[in-house]
Design a protein around this ligand. Structure first.
Ligand code: URA
Length: 484
């Protein structure tokens, strides 16, 4: 006897799981189930025909490894119609061999991981290439602003990505329409549907804004056409207003690079090149799950949002537990951080570590990051002299800091120095006016402002330096109490 099962949702794990559990409990082998979706349910066969078998009395209860459920959550969003059967086959095999997922060359495992990676890439593309257009407010009056966008994903990822947009654009009403379902947010409820949407006409003057922005961030020295089309595949171009500029920008790139080279002071140091080349040769790390700190770090690796990346060896991303209660924000990596790829490992880092230890704080419990993720410097002879990032660079880099805050959700955020304070609040305040006082923030978190450890290292007068070190230590003790 053959079973046929038709699923309503196209990327809905719960619906598939409930049916799969029933088949499994009845001991139904994979080969005799024909899995379908509402798209391919024909007239002869529809949802009403979905019959699930009764459980088999001798069937043992199954516990499914969480790694499988995680993988299945991604695979189920793939557009390949064989995904339901593949997952059921894997589930069935897991009953007889718990180590299936560890068999990296198993054809089912390979196929599932390939699908999960493709879904992950599609997720990233959607977070990067959705462009919202503002709609006029009904009746022309005041109210929440409303935005709409059109996107064409490869897979059924809308419901999976929707929480990302909810977090990111929580203060506006929005609708993302796609041929593979839509999502909307009205400030209270996040709704998703599998119904395919029609492409709305979204051309208006907002396109000009995107084009101006894109032309201003385009950096000809970093131009790699192959890489660019991989990161921003041509199929997305038609929905991106800025894409019209790309052919012209590419055509002018060579002249712009020559012009930029003429303005550059001098070449970076030889060891800097060696590290860069070694980094380029290193194999790409495994693709991390989307929406995690690991995937954000991976995205930031190739950040070109401002020009500092041209000088720096690598992006120095934040580090620490993804659920840390306290997040420390510094200014930007220094010379040693730039080479090591880790924040606060140079002289300022040493002072910072020592002070944390004196205050009884375990550095490993903290999330430590910087307002700016690349090292900005000026070459003097062979030395790379630290240069302060400007406000434009801090604002560009804030994009990453906000994502880090959204993911880590720290209870206490510590701004070390004026750059961090500006990055976190957009305020240019004298540090002394706000220092050492817990500042409640709108989102329920606490901001705590202290000085930057490099400032302490630069104090020439020993007595003053000792006093300042005591104050810094007291700040750390207060932070420790706030976190508790
Ligand atoms: N100074 C900073 O602000 N951050 C670092 O990571 C190192 C020095």
């Amino acid at each position: 006897m053959m079973y046929r099962y038709s699923l309503r949702g196209r990327g809905d794990l719960t619906e598939w799981r409930d049916a799969a559990r029933a088949f499994l409990a009845a001991g139904i082998v994979p080969d005799i189930i024909d899995w379908r979706t509402m798209d391919d349910a024909d007239g002869l066969f529809g949802f009403d025909d979905n019959r699930l078998p009764p459980p088999h009395p001798e069937h043992p209860p199954l516990t499914v490894p969480s790694a499988f459920l995680k993988l299945a959550g991604a695979v189920i969003c793939h557009s390949d119609p064989t995904r339901f059967a593949l997952l059921y086959r894997m589930l069935f095999r897991l009953m007889h061999g718990r180590y299936l997922l560890q068999m990296a060359s198993d054809p089912d495992v390979v196929a599932a991981q390939r699908m999960a990676r493709s879904v992950g890439r599609d997720y990233h593309k959607m977070t990067a290439f959705v462009r919202f257009k503002e709609l006029p407010l009904a009746g022309g009056g005041a109210g929440r602003r409303r935005f709409v966008s059109w996107f064409e994903p490869d897979h059924f990822i809308v419901a999976r990505v929707a929480p990302f947009f909810q977090r990111r654009f929580t203060d506006m009403d929005w609708l993302i329409a796609t041929p593979k379902g839509s999502a909307s947010w009205d400030g209270e409820t996040l709704r998703t549907t599998d119904e395919p949407a029609e492409k709305p006409d979204l051309r208006d003057e907002t396109d000009d804004l995107w084009r101006t922005y894109y032309a201003s961030i385009f950096n000809p020295a970093r131009l790699k056409v192959k890489m660019m089309t991989r990161e921003m595949p041509k199929k997305y171009w038609k929905n991106l207003p800025e894409a019209e500029l790309i052919p012209g920008l590419i055509a002018n790139a060579e002249a712009s690079v020559i012009d930029m080279a003429g303005k550059a002071a001098s070449d970076p140091l030889p060891y800097h090149h060696r590290i860069r080349e070694a980094a380029a040769r290193a194999p790409a790390p495994p693709e991390p799950s989307p929406g995690t700190l690991a995937s954000l770090k991976e995205e930031a690796r190739v950040c070109t949002r401002c020009d500092i990346h041209c000088l720096a060896t690598q992006t120095v991303f934040g580090e620490g537990p993804p659920d840390a209660k306290v997040m420390f924000v510094g200014e930007q990596p220094g010379d040693q951080e730039d080479l090591a790829g880790k924040p606060f490992v140079g002289p300022a880092g040493k002072l910072f570590n020592d002070t944390l230890a004196e205050a009884g704080i375990d550095r490993r419990s903290l999330y430590i990051t910087n307002a700016v993720k690349h090292f900005k410097y000026q070459l003097r002879g062979k030395r790379r002299i630290h240069q302060k990032p400007n406000m434009g660079e801090i604002r560009q880099c804030r994009w990453w800091l906000i994502r880090e805050l959204e993911l880590v959700k720290p209870k206490v955020i510590v701004a070390m120095g004026a750059t961090a304070l500006f990055a976190l609040t957009d305020m240019r305040q004298k540090l002394d006016d706000v220092r050492s006082e817990p500042i409640p923030m709108e989102d329920g978190r606490t901001l705590f402002v202290t000085v930057h450890p490099s400032y302490l290292l630069r104090i020439p007068d020993e007595k003053r330096k000792a006093e300042e070190l005591v104050r810094f230590r007291e700040d750390m003790s207060q932070i420790s109490r706030l976190a508790a």
